[in-house]
Design a protein around this ligand. Sequence first.
Ligand SMILES: *Cc1c(COP(=O)(O)O)cnc(C)c1O
Length: 376
Amino acid sequence: MTDRIREFLRTRRPDGPCLVVDLDVVREKYVSFAKAMPDTRVFYAVKANPAPEVLALLAELGSCFDTASVAEIEMALAAGASPDRISYGNTIKKERDVARAFELGVRLYAVDCEAEVEKVSRAAPGSSVFCRILSDGAGAEWPLSRKFGCDPKMAPRVLEHAHRLGLDAYGVSFHVGSQQRDTGAWDAAVASAAWIFREMAERGIQLRMVNLGGGFPTKYLRDVPPVQAYAQAISDAILTHFGNHTPETIIEPGRGMVGSAGVIKSEVVLVSKKSDDDEVRWVYLDIGKFGGLAETMDEAIRYPVRTDRDHDAMAPCVLAGPTCDSADVLYEKTPYLLPISLEIGDEVLIEGTGAYTTTYSAVAFNGFQPLKSYVI
Ligand SMILES: *Cc1c(COP(=O)(O)O)cnc(C)c1O
């Protein structure tokens, strides 16, 4: 929570649930990434929060952009990024979308198999490609599945195929899992990348870049290490596995760039019990899983929740959303402590919600409008 957000909510009193994003925090985060990793290019992961004001600020600060679709490429361009500052980092692309990206000037693509290399070679001839490798996501609170990336052993074949088809075999990428609390998580992936570099050099192809992905955390209920700790661990890993042959590096922060810049304002719709002797109250908010809090799935991301009554005695509550879908429960396995005095109509602030909220909200499930967003 920042003073600017508090002031905005106090004076504007927006009706209904909404996200308020403080651009000063985004600026601070960008500067701290740039300072901690001065030789690394920052490609902001647009999907985390594509608000035009956020993209425009980052473009002005010199950020590059990692995109996953033609629409995201167009958003980055509209925000003022030139196409040489945009990567098409999705490993799953329609060939006609690659062609459109190429027309728009994008020359950097992710691949993780030979079929994708062939699409890029046909639709974006001569472009640079990096091969994404699998990472197990251990230590991450929002681990990524096996959906993206290939076994490191397969990567040289994919990159050599790219080289043969006239593409620039540029490097290797990975993502160690989102909300990665372990600064050591990059070491094994950097080791794999170094092995792929050596393997390619033996084939006469010099890779040049390691894309270190995202994973940098937002502070939710528990403390997280500072950006400098990640920078140090990554730089140690690169020194260990690459020695003096330091590759170019890229990071793709999403959550770590915008998560802590946002606060969702919501309202208590109902407080009830399921039986007379029920110890745990149910607190229903006007926002839930379909209104933007999708990352509460499996209670993976645990947002800090604040009310004006937090100085009162607290008791465990189940926290749920307003829709008529029984999956729309935010926290039940591990109940939240909320003030016993909490009442219908009270304002509830959900912190750390600047990333992965607005774009996850449904268009009008049950008639509830998509999450409104104010960028200040
Ligand atoms: C989503 C995504 C990111 C951002 O991840 P965070 O954990 O939010 O930093 C980075 N790179 C790629 C390829 C992604 O898909």
